[in-house]
Design a protein around this ligand. Structure first.
Ligand SMILES: Nc1ncnc2c1ncn2[C@@H]1O[C@H](COP(=O)(O)OP(=O)(O)OP(=O)(O)O)[C@@H](O)[C@H]1O
Ligand SMILES: [Mg+2]
Length: 1078
């Protein structure tokens, strides 16, 4: 299990030495070995005093997490293992708490990790400084400026897949509380030659590839671009894709970052349009064309690309075309126009592309500055972060390398100056004698380059401005004359014969012994690059663009502002900006991060000692250590020193009462450290030799072990004794508790025995008293009873005459009355509804009211039925009377009855009055028609049926032909004696006639009808009202019918399903007619 460690010093659990100052012995080999050892253990940071050396791990290490940020936050520099966060924290706190402006100088060669380091510093500061919506926005804008600048200013090189091709210095501004307010970015010399040509295995700036891979089809169309890289001459194709880099995704990141930084959509689009124009410029090609006067002239091969560029930028095509074919030179009075040959045309095209791109880049930096600049005018504290190209030695070194290396010389110079100055200041502050330190001062090299009268840059400017033919060779000649004697300048042609035979030094080159090594510069291109010429015709053409951004990039193209003076040369511009930078840096407290590249393969875990050795040499790191420990290798404030080593001396251990300084004095005397090995400053002890410190550390380690044993011993003794004492104490407690318990138990036993005896005696006594008391009470009660009876008798005798003999009955009646009254009142409130079919009736409250309750229910029902009936009109009454009659006649007797209950009795189903067919029939009948309906008359001979109209009037029963309406039979009602029918669900009925009557001559009628119940009821009622006799209605499944002379039996049989659901009638024989009812 990993042990929790609390670090209090860099010296704890150190791998190798965390601070090179402590390296013993100090030489190149031990230095590199120490770096290697630490690198192998993933310790990529090492100190030289307050300088941080960072070795690029080429893999992501888990040392930048938010937890790490917290760990390093507000801790002293030497408290924890070396880390870039420790330096960032120190710088930030010094800025916030001591009001000292800071600068962080990050140096190292390409790919050593400068840009990453600068981002780490920025992110650390962003994490620890103030919070809040506004502050967070500022932070976010500052951090998001990086992806934008990297897209436009970084490119893949053979050394680094994300190499910065410009120098960057960023001032982050804070308020008095240490909250960020904004920032200012300065950029230095973008390597613009990359726009038109890239060395093998390298790429153009990232933005070109990002745009082509990441832009939507719509945007590409708008910018007139194609996605295919191979369409563009300016894009090197052999390394268009970089491993592990997603250009399309990065494009989105950049667009997003631009938005966060504050670019408007139209601005971002303008920028992309310029990028597109640059790409397309590369596709313009020229062909030679001879003119009559012998002058060479060039012509654009394919004008399509030119046309598209002009559309994109809003330039008149003819203007741009002319600018590619002519060059106008303006002197004071005259203007001379010369034609351009093919080579010159290509030169002009590339110069335009380079200028367009580098000006766009500067515009971007300015635009970002506008967004991120501090909004307030209050005094600001500043932290500058410098991420500048490192010292470069290539096979072919040109003007760019010269300029870059010059910048590094200046940085080295400021490093030496400031380090020494700081060291010296500390000695003075601490009142320690200053001893001279021998080191190489590179001021002499800086002078060789920048001296205003005979420096190399001044010579170059002079050549560029000189009239007459100026070439790179004339420049070299001049150098050879002027600088020949300089001890850091080497040239084959110089008068100094030293190099006459040096074959490693070609004729067209010069060599400078930089502080970091010798660099051979090819003189070719120096003059051109220093001049940085863009033909005026081109800048004027650009100024005429309607594209606002492009126009603003070429202000010198404005004919109204023609300036015949030459613009400052690239060299002098750079020199001036470096000088400003140096001045700026000198006012600030410097913090150094020196980046080292461990291998050329961009691979993790590989430590190429030769490569590292080279960097250590030119970074002057050993010298840095030497300077740092020229006087004293190690220094520490008295308090932490005493705290760390106090256990080494009896007088200071465990506590020292006096001041820390005298404690340290006592300690060092006691340890017999030679006096020359240390000095006492005002607040710090200075140790001359690392050996002494290591001896102290060893002693401390030894002593810690002894102390640990001692602590262990005492602890064990203490633990055992405590345990014993605890046991002893426990034993006494247990004994006491046990005794208490035993005693308590005995006492309780005695107590309960005493109680038992006591209770028995008390019981015996009490019972005795009780007996006596009871006897006395009984005597008293007897006396009282006797007295009461006696009194009662006397009182009754006296008051009998006043008693009411029938009071009980009255009370009884009254009570009964009350109950009944209450009953009725309750009934009143609980009455059910008036609907005759409502079955509800309140429950009975008293049993003795049972019969009353039932009677009341009956009366109420009758009453509400009456109420219900009273609502009927006469007509309704008639209907209900008829229905009632039907019910009395047929209910529970005839199975057909229930189905008739729901049918209203209509009587006249056939509307004889209205139907003209029956006019004759209507005319023949004068009486009121009660029934008019079609019935089936059953033929007496065969049981078949014929339809007849059945008419019932007040006095007669008539049968008429259904078709003609002719009356067939007429029977007075007095002759009807009986009606017979079955008990089943059929509509057959027989009408029996009086024997001997006229109508009876043919015999009785047998009918079947759908309205049997109604017809029978109406027949019954009519007969009763007319003849005052009740018509006999016989319900039987077998009855006799008189047919002429014969009596035929009509028999109803149930359950014969043969003929479906219709009853059928069949004559079986002379005496039997069978009706089958389903
Ligand atoms: N601390 C680090 N942890 C992990 N990887 C790192 C670290 N520092 C650098 N690298 C890796 O090394 C690569 C090169 O680093 P960086 O771009 O910072 O170099 P540089 O010094 O700025 O080079 P140049 O001068 O070309 O701009 C990074 O892309 C990254 O992959
Ligand atoms: Mg970089």
């Amino acid at each position: 299990m990993a042990k929790m460690e609390v670090k209090t010093s860099l010296l704890d659990n150190m791998i190798g030495v965390g601070d090179m100052v402590l390296l013993e012995p100090l030489n190149e080999e031990t230095f590199i070995n120490n770096l290697k050892k630490r690198f192998d253990h993933s310790e990529i940071y090492t100190y030289i005093g307050s300088v941080v050396i960072s070795v690029n791990p080429y893999r992501s290490l888990p040392i930048y997490s938010p937890e790490k940020v917290e760990e390093y936050r507000n801790r002293n520099f030497y408290e924890l293992s070396p880390h870039i966060f420790a330096l960032s924290d120190e710088a930030y706190r010094s800025l916030r708490d001591q009001d000292k402006d800071q600068c962080i100088l990050i140096t190292g060669e390409s790919g050593a990790g400068k840009t990453e380091a600068s981002k780490l510093v920025m992110s650390y500061v962003a994490a620890v400084c103030g919070k809040g919506a506004e502050v967070n926005q500022v932070k976010e804008q500052l951090l998001q400026s990086n992806p934008v600048l990297e897209a436009f200013g970084n490119a893949k090189t053979v050394r680094n897949d994300n190499s910065s091709r410009f120098g960057k210095y960023m001032d982050i501004e804070f308020d008095f509380k240490g909250d960020p307010l904004g920032g200012v970015i300065s950029n230095y010399l973008l390597e613009k030659s990359r726009v038109v040509k890239q060395p093998r295995g390298e790429r153009n700036f990232h933005v070109f590839y990002q745009l082509l891979s990441g832009a939507s089809e719509e945007l590409l169309n708008k910018l007139k671009l194609e996605r295919d890289f191979s369409r563009y001459n300016y894009l090197s194709l052999d390394s268009a894709k970089v491993n592990g880099v997603d250009d399309a995704a990065n494009f989105r990141t950049v667009r997003n970052a631009m938005q966060i930084v504050g670019f408007m959509d139209h601005e971002a689009e303008s920028v992309l349009a310029v990028v597109a124009a640059v790409l397309k410029l590369g596709n313009i090609e020229f062909k030679p064309e001879s003119r009559v006067n012998g002058l060479d002239e060039s012509k654009i091969k394919d004008k399509n690309e030119l046309k598209e560029i002009c559309e994109l930028t809003g330039i008149d095509q003819s203007v741009l075309e002319r600018a590619f074919s002519f060059r106008t030179v303006e002197a004071k009075q005259e203007k001379v126009s010369t034609t351009l040959n093919v080579a010159q045309a290509y030169y002009a095209r590339d110069a335009l592309a380079k200028n367009l791109y580098s000006r766009l880049f500067s515009w971007l930096v300015n635009r970002i500055n506008e967004s991120i600049k501090a909004q307030t005018k209050v005094r600001k504290k500043v932290m500058g972060v410098l991420d500048i190209y490192g010292f470069e030695i290539f096979e072919d070194n040109s003007f760019e390398q010269f300029i870059i290396n010059y910048c590094n010389e200046k940085l080295q110079q400021i490093f030496i100056e400031l380090t020494l100055k700081e060291e010296q200041e500390e000695y003075i502050r601490e009142d320690i004698e200053w001893t001279h330190i021998d080191y190489f001062n590179n001021a002499i090299i800086c002078d060789l380059i920048e001296n205003n009268t005979n420096g190399i840059l001044a010579m170059l400017d002079e050549e560029c401005l000189r009239p007459g033919t100026v070439t790179d060779e004339t420049f070299l000649e001049k150098l050879n004359q002027v600088c020949a004697t300089h001890q850091h300048f080497e040239s084959r042609m110089s008068k100094c014969s030293r190099f006459l035979n040096d074959t490693s030094l070609p004729h067209s080159c010069f060599r400078i012994q930089h502080y970091a090594g010798k660099v051979l510069y090819q003189v070719e291109g120096f003059v051109d690059k220093n001049n940085d010429l863009l033909y005026r015709d081109l800048s004027q053409a650009m100024w005429k663009a309607s594209h606002a951004l492009i126009k603003s990039l070429f202000p010198e193209g404005n004919p109204a502002k023609i300036n015949l003076k030459r613009p400052p040369t690239a060299g002098s511009q750079f020199k001036a900006s470096v000088a400003t930078l140096m001045k700026n840096l000198q006012t600030k407290n410097p913090n150094y991060i020196r980046c080292i590249k461990p291998n050329d393969k961009k691979a993790a875990h590989i430590f190429n000692e030769a490569l590292v050795c080279h960097q250590i040499r030119y970074l002057g790191l050993l010298e840095n250590v030497r300077v740092r420990r020229a006087g004293y290798a190690f220094r520490q404030a008295y308090e932490p020193c005493l705290e760390r080593y106090k256990m080494l001396c009896k007088q200071t251990w465990p506590h020292w009462k006096g001041p820390a300084r005298s404690g340290v004095e006592v300690l060092f005397n006691e340890l017999e450290i030679p006096v020359e090995e240390y000095s006492f400053g005002r607040s710090k002890i200075f140790i001359r030799n690392p050996r002494t410190l290591f001896k102290l550390e060893d002693l401390r380690k030894q002593r810690l072990e002894d102390l640990a044993t001692l602590i262990q011993k005492i602890y064990r003794g203490w633990k055992c004794r405590t345990h014993f004492l605890l046991m002893k104490k426990s034993q006494i407690v247990i004994a006491a508790w046990y005794r208490r318990y035993a005693q308590q138990k005995r006492y309780q036993q005695t107590k309960s025995s005493a109680l038992v005896i006591q209770s028995y005696i008390r019981g015996w006594k009490a019972r005795k008293i009780l007996r006596e008391l009871k006897h006395q009470k009984r005597c008293k009660e007897a006396v009282t009873t006797i007295a009461a009876y006696w009194h009662g008798t006397q009182v009754r005798r006296e008051y009998r005459k006043f008693f009411r003999a029938n009071a009980g009955k009255k009370i009884y009646e009254f009570t009964l009355q009350r109950i009944v009254q209450k009953y009725f009142l309750e009934m009143k409130s609980k009455m059910p509804s008036l609907s005759p079919i409502d079955k509800n009736w309140p429950s009975r409250p008293y049993l003795f009211l049972d019969s009353t309750h039932k009677e009341l229910k009956r009366i109420f029902h009758l009453w509400r039925c009456k109420k219900y009936r009273d609502q009927f009109t006469d007509q309704q009454k008639l209907i209900y009377e008829e229905k009632l009659e039907a019910s009395e006649l047929f209910k529970d007797k005839k199975a057909l009855y229930p189905s008739s209950v729901g049918q209203p009795f209509q009587g006249a189903y056939l509307e004889i009055n209205k139907n003209p067919k029956y006019k004759k029939l209507k005319d023949a009948i004068e009486e009121k028609i009660i029934i008019a309906e079609v019935v089936n008359k059953i033929n007496r001979a065969n049981g078949k049926s014929t339809s007849r109209i059945f008419l019932l009037t007040n006095n007669n029963l008539l049968l008429a032909d259904q078709k003609s309406g002719q009356i067939k039979s007429e029977v007075p009602l007095v002759d009807v004696t009986k009606v017979s029918m079955s008990s089943q669900n059929d509509g057959f009925f027989a009408v029996h006639l009086k024997e001997g009557s006229e109508a009876a001559s043919k015999g009785d009628f047998l009918f079947s009808s759908d309205h049997l119940i109604e017809m029978a009821t109406k027949l019954y009622r009519t007969t009763l009202s007319q003849t005052k006799q009740k018509l006999n209605i016989e319900i039987s499944d077998e009855f006799l019918v008189q047919f002429r002379q014969d009596k035929v039996c009509v028999k109803f049989i149930q359950g014969n399903q043969k003929n479906g659901s219709v009853p059928t009638c069949k004559r079986k024989n002379n005496r039997l007619l069978e009706v089958a009812v389903p």
